[in-house]
Design a protein around this ligand. Structure first.
Ligand code: IPM
Ligand code: MG
Length: 356
């Protein structure tokens, strides 16, 4: 029996509810994968600010450093929106990514067949979509200096060092090799020097990956193409800011942000988190869709524990549950069965036990 330590950071709003679902699925999946989990829960985000006056404490960070993987629910809420920048829950998330060195963010945009009609796009455009947004997560304009604001002006710096681009590019080509062998690198090289630099470095790294097909695309065009013909993409390689924006667009084609998982991976640590936010408007009402959190657990089994088979089984259990017609309110449509967060979770676990 392998022993793995998981740090749980449920965070705020529905983060609490979906983390509970994730834990139940982890426990269920652990039973047949020869893993034994030990969980330690810590505060992060608005709840940490309320308790300690800062959104991420050194103690919480320390617990993360000592674990095999971190699971994060969601952070933020109206309550903390007016705090100064460095005390906002979002600042904790950025600090966590930086401290854990999580430079790769993987956000799959996969369409679940039973949900195609929940998309705002036509079935013919959406059916069969399966790509990943591979977002650089610890550099670029999110962290560049100088940055600041006065009464007269505000400024940020978009900067990339060579090794930052190299390592994410390598990751992009490696992932493409295991998928359909195509990388689209996104930039704004027609206007920004930092983007021309990005493009040059990506092409340099590509020399080691001649079996992977590389193309470049301007970010504005990429935004348009994701909506026009999303099936053309396999791996979309992006800088931090461009990936933030494009992954939201990619999320919507699949019907609901409530369905999207993510993995953030560095040289030593990894963190899994649903892409959706803390949704304070529905928090505590049993309405949260736990599937993005559960799918994030599937990614954890694949990427941190190298148990692709377990990962696939969790994904199949999600497919089956959707095929059975169960829906939380965000993905509900005529003729389906409206269920709560817990009912959805129990159904997935029931199906997981069946596919075993
Ligand atoms: C995301 C979010 C975060 C980001 C915010 C909450 C800081 O939008 O993970 O995409 O911009 O990275
Ligand atoms: Mg975002």
């Amino acid at each position: 029996m392998e022993h793995k330590k998981i740090t749980l950071l449920p965070g705020d709003g529905i983060g609490q509810e979906v983390t509970r679902s994730a834990v139940q699925v982890m426990k269920a999946a652990a039973q047949f994968s020869g893993i034994e989990f030990e969980f330690q829960e810590c505060l992060m985000g608005g709840c940490s600010y309320d308790a300690h006056g800062i959104p991420l404490t050194d103690e919480t960070l320390q617990v993360c450093f000592n674990s095999d993987a971190v699971f994060l629910g969601a952070v933020g809420g109206y309550k903390w929106e007016t705090l100064p920048h460095h005390l906002k829950p979002e600042a904790a998330l950025l600090k966590l990514r930086k401290e854990l060195g999580l430079y790769t963010n993987i956000r799959p945009a996969k369409v679940y067949e039973p949900l195609i009609d929940a998309s705002t796009l036509k079935r013919s455009v959406v059916a069969g979509v399966d790509f990943v947004v591979l977002r650089e997560l610890t550099g670029g304009i999110y962290f560049g200096t100088p940055r600041g604001m006065t009464a007269e002006s505000g400024w940020n710096t978009m900067v990339y060092a060579k090794e930052e681009v190299e390592r994410i590019a390598r990751m992009g080509f490696e992932i493409a090799r295991k998928r359909n062998g195509r990388v689209t690198s996104v930039d704004k090289a027609n206007v920004l020097e930092v983007s021309q630099f990005w493009r040059n470095v990506v092409h340099e790294v590509h020399k080691d990956y001649q079996d992977v097909q590389l193309s470049d695309m301007y970010v504005d065009n990429a935004a348009m193409q994701i909506v026009r013909d999303p099936k053309q993409f396999d791996v979309l390689l992006t800088s931090n800011l461009f990936g933030d924006i494009l992954s939201d667009i990619a999320g919507m084609i699949t019907g609901s942000l409530g369905m999207l998982p993510s993995a953030s991976i560095g040289a030593k640590y990894s963190l899994y988190e649903p892409v959706h936010g803390s949704a304070p408007d529905i928090a505590g009402q049993k309405k949260a869709n736990p599937l993005a959190a559960i799918s994030s657990v599937a990614m954890m089994f694949a990427y941190t524990f190298n148990l692709k088979k377990t990962s696939d089984l969790i994904e199949s259990a999600i497919d089956k549950t959707l095929a059975d017609g169960l829906r939380t309110p965000d993905i509900f449509s005529e003729g389906c069965k409206l269920v709560t967060t817990d009912e959805m979770t129990d159904a997935v676990i029931g199906n997981l036990n069946k596919v075993l």
